[in-house]
Write a protein that binds this ligand. Structure first.
Ligand code: NAD
Length: 290
């Protein structure tokens, strides 16, 4: 059994990007600049955004963090987005989700200039991804594709089950793995909360991508011997023994499933760090696609 080590792989990707930045600098070219808008005080969102800023520093990108208070109105946020769309120094930016309830997420996503949409959530970029055209691919699915590629995990002709159909993880994941690519060329079944006989469906899968947000949902009896297991889930559960007061749990019953499968991503240290690395890759892509 091979542990797909997202921590080590993402460090390798950052090192490669840092080398690219050095080359850009030596050639007198522009170095990528990523901006992030954070609205409100959500603890997890703050942690994610701070980590993204640290990643930028490590690889040598410019970074700007725009923190807006919880009570920011939709029109104020749209103004901040408009400003970033017109800021020539900012190559790409993200609006950290979730947004406070009084802000319409769709309106916000539509306001982002697709050329700077390094999260790949704008319909123009989703369309390009679906058509297998060069574009920004949402960070979590891209991070998963990247780790499969770097570990040479066989995917062609494999039966793949994706659990969860969100726009940011499950749905794009199902599209990417069914495309005529490596990694890809899978026969994909996209499952969700209304799927019947999910256990039986999973049992036939060569690859399972669990992205539903229910700790330990995928148990050993649902997994075929030798399957590849990608655990996207991150759920914070209280743990007073931790300095942070919580620990992170994945959607897979790791210890039991690990004894049966051929590849598995741990939580933490699997898909999470790969998601961060994918955002750094997308930000470099802005320069490469322009
Ligand atoms: P979401 O809540 O938007 O979607 C969950 C999906 O799971 C839905 O499509 C729903 O139909 C499906 N689902 C729920 N219960 C189900 C059940 N019992 N059986 C089958 N399907 C079921 O979630 P999301 O944003 O896609 O995130 C999923 C998980 O992945 C969460 O734990 C989230 O924290 C985590 N996540 C991790 C990363 C990362 O970087 N590792 C990134 C994004 C999301």
């Amino acid at each position: 059994m091979v542990v797909l080590d997202g921590k080590a792989t993402s460090a390798q990707i950052r090192a490669e990007l840092a080398e690219k930045v050095k080359v850009l600098k030596a050639e007198g070219k522009k170095v990528p600049h990523l901006a992030a808008i954070l609205v409100g005080e959500d603890g997890a969102s703050r942690t994610y955004v701070n980590a993204k800023v640290r990643d930028c520093e490590e690889v040598g990108y410019g970074s700007t963090l725009i923190k807006l208070p919880e009570e920011t109105s939709e029109s104020e946020l749209l103004k901040a987005i408009h400003k970033l769309n017109n800021d020539e120094d900012v190559d790409g930016y993200i609006v950290q989700l979730p947004l406070p309830n009084h802000i319409d997420e769709t309106k916000v996503l539509l306001a982002i200039d697709p050329k700077k949409d390094v999260d790949g959530f704008h319909p123009e970029n989703v369309g390009k991804m679906t058509l297998n055209l060069p574009t920004y691919i949402p960070a979590t699915p891209q991070g998963i594709v990247e780790i499969l590629r770097r570990y040479n995990v066989p995917t062609e002709g494999k039966d793949c089950v994706v659990i969860g159909r969100s726009q940011i993880v499950g749905s794009p994941m199902s599209i990417l793995l069914s495309q005529h690519n490596y990694p890809g060329n899978c026969t994909v079944t996209l499952c969700h909360s209304r799927t019947k006989n999910l256990r039986q469906v999973c049992k036939k899968a060569d690859i399972i991508v669990a992205a539903l947000g229910q700790p330990g949902f995928v148990t050993a009896d649902m997994v075929k011997e030798g399957a590849c297991i990608i655990d996207v889930g991150i759920t914070r559960v209280d743990d007073s023994s931790k300095k942070s007061g919580f620990r992170l749990l994945g959607d897979v019953d790791y210890n039991a499933v690990a004894t049966k499968c051929s590849y598995i991503t741990p939580v933490p240290g699997g898909v999470g760090p790969m998601t961060r690395a994918a955002l750094m890759l997308n930000t470099m892509k802005v320069i490469e696609l322009s």
